[in-house]
Structure formats: C-alpha cells, structure tokens
Design a protein around this ligand. Sequence first.
Ligand code: NDP
Length: 487
Amino acid sequence: MTEKLMYIGGEWVKGAGTREVFNPADGTKIGIVTDGTAEDVKKAVAAARAAFPAWAGTSVTARAALLLKIADRIEELAEEFAAIDTADNGKPLRDSLGDATDSAACFRYYAGLIDKPSGQTYLTPDPENFAMTVREPIGVVGQIAPWNYPLMMAAWKIAPCIAAGNTTVFKPSTLTALSSVRLFELFDEVGLPAGVANLVLGSGATVGQEIAENPGVDKVVFTGGTDTGRQIMKTAAETIKGVGLELGGKSPCVIFDDVDTDIGVDWALFAIFCNQGEVCSAGSRLILQDTIYDEFLEKLAARAEKIKVARGDEPGSEMGPLVSEEHMNSVLAHIETAKSQGARLITGGYRLTDGELAKGWFVAPTIFADCTPDMAIVQKEVFGPVLAVQKFHTEDEAIELANGTDFGLAAGVFSNDIARAMRVVRAFRAGITWVNSYHPTFTQAPWGGYKQSGIGRELGTYGLEEYTEVKQININLAPGRVDWFEN
Ligand code: NDP
C-alpha cells in the first residue's frame, strides 16, 4: 500500500510517522496515511500566508473557474469517492454517493456566488460624505473536520473559504482522511495555485491543537464534538482568532396526533437511523403526543427491526457499522447508562455479531421509550443509532421538552395544523428546523446551531460571509481642510 501524503505549498509531503487505516465493516487494513506534526502545520501556515495576497487578488472569474473544474471532477469521480468513504467510514454506498453529489454542488454553488452583488452603500448625515462596505477575505483559515461525512465536510469547509479568496490549512479526522487526500489530488490536477489549500494529516492533539494555536491562522473553523469545540475556542482566544463551530446536538422531532402514523413513523426512523445516527443533526429525541404513543411506538420498533444493517458496500445496505471500535464502545456505554437510569428499551440495545457482522462495529437500531429530561440519554449526544422517546400532552409541554437540553442544532415538527406547526417551529431554540420533514438540507440555505451547538453558519450566503471581513470605506466628496483645530 502506498503511503498517502500531506499536501503543503503544492508539494506532497511525508510526515514524521505513519498511521494505518481500517475498514470498520470488517477490520481489514485499507490504507496507510502519513502522520504530520505541529511542524507540518507551521509549514502549511507559512505556505498559506505566502499564497494569500495573490489568491485574494485573483479575479472572482478565475477563482470560480477553478472551483467549477473541481466540482466537475468530483462529479465524474463520484463513485470512486463514494467507495472511498464507504470503506473508510462504513456508511452505505447510497449515502456516500449522495455526499459526493452534494460536495460537487457545494463547489459549484460558491463558484456561482462570488461574483454576485455584495456590500452596502450609505447616505450619511453629511451630504459630502459617502460610505460603503466591501467584503474581503480574512486571510489564512484553519479548518478541522470530523469523520461522519468525510468528503462533504471537506467540501463545506474548503469551497466557501477559497471561493472568498482565503487560503486554508485543512485537517480531516485521522479516522477518515482518505477522501480528503483524493480531493487534494484534484486540487493539484486542476491547477489550484500552490499554498491556497493545504492538507495536514495528523491527530487533533498535535495538528489540530497547533491549527487553533498558531498566530498565523486568522480564523479557525471546526465541526465535531462540543467538548473539542470548547477546547478550540479557549485556545483560539489566546490570539483572538475568529471561530466558527459546528458542534453536537440532541435534536428533537415532535410529532402530533393529527399526523398519519405511517408517515410519522417513516420520518422518525429516517431522522435517527440514517447514516447510523452519526449525524450532528440526528433526530435523536422523538417527542410524541400521548394519544398516539403506544400505537406509534409499536410500529416504529417493528420497522426499526427490519432495517437492513450490513456493510456499506453490500447491495441494499441501509445502515452500516459505526466508525470505530472505540466509538461503538462509547455508544454501547450510553445504552447501558440509559438502561440503568430506567429508560424502557423497546428494541435493539446491543452489538450485532451474527455471521460476518462480528468482524465489524455494528450496533442494532435502538429505541428507548418513557425517557425523562433528567436522563443522560435525553441530555447527552450519543452519535449513534439510539433514539430516546419522550411523551407530551399539550403543545406547551412539547415545546418545553424540545428546548430542554444545552444543545440547539436542529428540530422538526410534524402536524397537519399549519398554524400549530408554525407556532412550534418558531418556539424551537434551534438553528435548523423542519415542518413535516426532517434532515433535508441544501447548499443554498444556512447550517448551524443555537446554544451549545455552535457559533456561526456554514452554507448559503451566510456561509460565505463567515469567510469574509467587512470593511467600511468612507469617501469625502469635497476634499479639503477639516479645520477642527484653529492653528
Ligand atoms: P472530535 O470532536 O474529537 O473530532 C473532530 C475533529 O477535531 C477531528 O479531526 C479531531 O482530530 C479534531 N480534534 C480533536 N481534538 C482536538 C483539539 N484539541 N484541537 C483541535 N482539533 C481536535 O470528535 P470525535 O471523533 O472524538 O467524536 C467525539 C464525539 O463528538 C462524538 O461521539 C460525537 O458526539 C461528536 N461529534 C460530532 C460531530 C458533529 O458533526 N457535530 C462530528 C463528530 C463527532 P482526530 O483526528 O484526532 O480525531
């Protein structure tokens, strides 16, 4: 196996050591990646700083042309990218294929956005003074990504960042670096100037820490766990870096009794079990009206038991393995805590070990009923296929339960009473919300959380603004003396 390298200043670079990569479906070794250090981050920051003035000064037309080439190549290689992420992360092929398509769309969207009108003009109290704003790139951005959507997280971060004229030092998760390496090969192939996008491979403790610390990084943008986000924010405070954080969630899906049960069950399943529940916005809390509670749960459990859990490259696989043994053990520990705290297990709750599944990190779709706000399963992010169900009677109770955690990433409400659905959705303290739907998200619309789910937004026009500074330009239309002082 050839060692996969880092990409720094337009060169493929070896780190101090190597790291083996395993397929979570069966534990087989699928690659070797180089392992970088803080020194490599320093080199990447220097390369990014050196490339910044020319890249920021490159016309939006030329920048857009490169982004479009990248989008085209991702689309052409979508199946290859999907195979890489499925082998590396475990997710079903249909999911990873969707990620590749969305990643191409993200580059294309930002290629199209950067020459659109931006900035404001102001008529000031002084008729001879005119003011306006322009948006300018921030400089060198450090970007740190998680393992649940390997290619897509890289696209969501890198596309708007370089489109806006910044340069980046990007670190993928050590668990799922392979599609990022392939993406950087495309950057090389299409002729992205050296130093504009730099890939540093290595652990969060060394490479990630240096990205957050390095004074040459102007902003750090991170997706991952809330505890890591908190640590990054503290580190970034030393140099007053801007931070963009997309953190965890414990997102509610509220279902009222006027909804067709089959439709409600279908969405509730999708909300929690898609991508093995390894989704920051997963609908990991089902908040269900008491009048339909028992019938709904019976149907939900029956359908959860029929989900096809299999290695991601098996035809028809609907749920793959969890990303690593360590993560599977963490999910199983959450399940044990829920049992010990009195949550009622209605299906799943164990590792799957039938036949070939024993070789990988598979957990059965798991549902706990009768959960109460004091339970850890209601308050803590599990990041796996584990659903906590809570019961409500009135609309006010539903809202109180929905908002009853430290998180505020996403929330969904299902009701055929549109006025009620709108009241509830407006009351949600969450950044991404759905009415009669759960999960769909679009490159065009902003993504990010309230409360401890994060700071800032990705995607859409908001996502581009996060990679710009606002400059005020004041123009004196009648140049002359100011005469503030007499002499
Ligand atoms: P982390 O938050 O630890 O990892 C995300 C990224 O941050 C990885 O690239 C990681 O590097 C890096 N990192 C870790 N520590 C630091 C640090 N001190 N400074 C800078 N970068 C750092 O997520 P985990 O993979 O450990 O998962 C833990 C939990 O986080 C999950 O169980 C889940 O609850 C949540 N999570 C949430 C995600 C989301 O989308 N909101 C995504 C992933 C996880 P390394 O390569 O060493 O892991």
